[in-house]
Ligand binder design. Structure first.
Ligand SMILES: Nc1ncnc2c1ncn2[C@@H]1O[C@H](COP(=O)(O)OP(=O)(O)O)[C@@H](O)[C@H]1O
Ligand SMILES: [Mg+2]
Length: 444
């Protein structure tokens, strides 16, 4: 058998990363500092040091994983360690394993449900959402006596996970169940990486020519300039309200972003006489059949009058559901007493409309408020970040199901509600307008 020769000498920051045994160690900041190299090398060293160690190395997408880790690892381990292509796993002679994976969609993390890894490496951790990270920590377990489970992260500022990485490793603000002493951060600078500086001095010059805010983020590893938050105007103080009794005559409607493996989110909205939208209830479920979601929606709605329910266009595409073959989601909802109409799905237009709703009016009150019980919407709306390729749009890597439902809701062109006439005409319903037609947008 060939002997494994690992080339390269770690720089001082990489050494610090190698030496950290904290339950959570992040190595991050500037680009080109040698983070990916250190992550690969650390996992290999651990595999050699602890026989039978089970490790998982993740990147957000498969092409990134292939390019950044599978190919370099194949080269670095140069035929000494066997690689199973279908399982995407390196198996060491001492029984240690490094499995490589990706979590493209939000729900892709569930493939690791019930699995146990002594070490998990999250490469470019800011590309992962906080819920993905939280789920992965539940897979970071060890039954062996000689090793406490650890997570290693590499990261650059910006991206859907910017806020949680910054909170845990830079701002060091901890919530229940999180202990400050469990989190270690090693800042990276491009100038630490002599190999790259010598081999490609042009890379440093390239970063120097970036616009100021990107230069500070990518060259200096500054976490304050590039939050990338799509809705910086959203604030708990301004937009989150304690529930109050909504008068029955205010117009109410629902908006849904359908999902089965990804969460399905339904929001209940009301419009005040001044035109303010109030999101007063949410349903956020995973892996629930469409007929059950419809039933739950009716249950939660109770006796409230709903003008309409807008839903994501995919509700008209998905067919062949167990127990309802041939029906699309919208058909199932219709049969279960919740007729849907397709939402206006112009993304950029919709996000813009939502931004306008969040802005305070002349009286200081925003055009949209959310009742504090709508926890998932309140949690995920501020986490939306810009799409790196299209700076008008939201990144599709965010956990966006509740915000998407909200976008459909605000795009459904609600009018201002009017107080009822003193004495309603018989048969006149001050609440319902003409029923919107299926296939058209709600334009009540
Ligand atoms: N200690 C080292 N020895 C040899 N090459 C290194 C070392 N650290 C980094 N490199 C090389 O420098 C380049 C940039 O490193 P990389 O880990 O990709 O940076 P980052 O992930 O921080 O952007 C890569 O070609 C990598 O192989
Ligand atoms: Mg890298």
């Amino acid at each position: 058998m060939k002997t494994l020769h690992l080339s390269g000498t770690p720089n001082p920051k990489q050494q610090a990363f190698f030496l950290s045994t904290a339950p959570h160690t992040a190595y991050g900041g500037a680009r080109g500092g040698g983070k990916s190299w250190a992550m690969r090398r650390k996992l290999v060293l651990l595999a050699l040091r602890y026989p039978g160690l089970n490790e998982l190395l993740l990147r957000r997408t498969l092409p990134e994983l292939q390019e950044n880790h599978v190919l370099p690892l194949l080269k670095e381990l140069s035929g000494c360690i066997s690689y199973h292509q279908t399982q995407r796993c390196f198996t060491f002679p001492n029984g240690s394993r490094i499995k490589l994976g990706y979590c493209d969609k939000e729900a892709d993390v569930f493939q690791y449900q019930g699995q146990e890894y002594d070490v998990i490496g999250m490469e470019e951790a800011t590309h992962f959402t906080e819920s993905q990270m939280q789920f992965l920590t539940t897979c970071n377990r060890s039954t062996r006596g000689d090793f406490a489970p650890r997570m290693y992260y590499t990261c650059n500022p910006g991206g859907p996970g910017h806020e949680w990485v910054k909170r845990l490793f830079i701002d060091r603000r901890y919530g229940p169940g999180e202990r400050a002493e469990d989190y270690a951060f090693i800042p990276a600078r491009l100038t630490d990486n002599r190999v790259l500086m010598d081999r490609d001095p042009g890379y440093y010059q390239k970063l120097l020519r970036l616009p100021e805010h990107l230069k500070r983020a990518y060259l200096d590893g500054d976490w304050d300039v590039l939050s990338g938050r799509y809705f910086p105007e959203f604030s708990q103080r301004l937009h989150v309200k304690a529930p109050f009794a909504i008068p029955t005559w205010w117009r109410r409607f629902r908006a849904m972003d359908w999902g089965y493996n990804d969460p399905c989110c339904v929001l209940w909205l009301a419009v005040s006489p001044e035109g303010q939208i109030i999101v007063y209830r949410e349903l956020y479920v995973r892996q629930m059949l469409s007929s059950q979601v419809a039933k739950k929606v009716r249950e939660l709605t109770g006796g409230e009058k709903m003008a309409y329910t807008v839903a994501s266009p995919d509700a008209w595409q998905q067919r062949g559901l167990p127990g309802a073959e041939g029906d699309c989601i919208a058909d199932v909802f219709q049969k279960n007493g919740v007729p849907l109409i397709p939402a206006d799905n112009r993304r950029i237009h919709g996000w813009q409309r939502l931004r306008e709703c969040l802005a305070p009016g002349a009286d200081g009150a925003p055009g949209l408020v959310i009742f504090e019980g709508c926890k998932e919407l309140i949690r995920t709306l501020p986490l939306l970040t810009y799409d790196e390729r299209d700076h008008e749009d939201v990144s599709d890597r965010c956990e966006d199901h509740a915000p998407e439902a909200l976008r459909y809701g605000v795009m459904s062109r609600h009018p201002k509600a009017q107080p009822p006439a003193e004495k309603p005409r018989p048969g006149y319903d001050p609440f319902f307008g003409p029923a919107p037609q299926r296939g058209g947008f709600a334009s009540l």
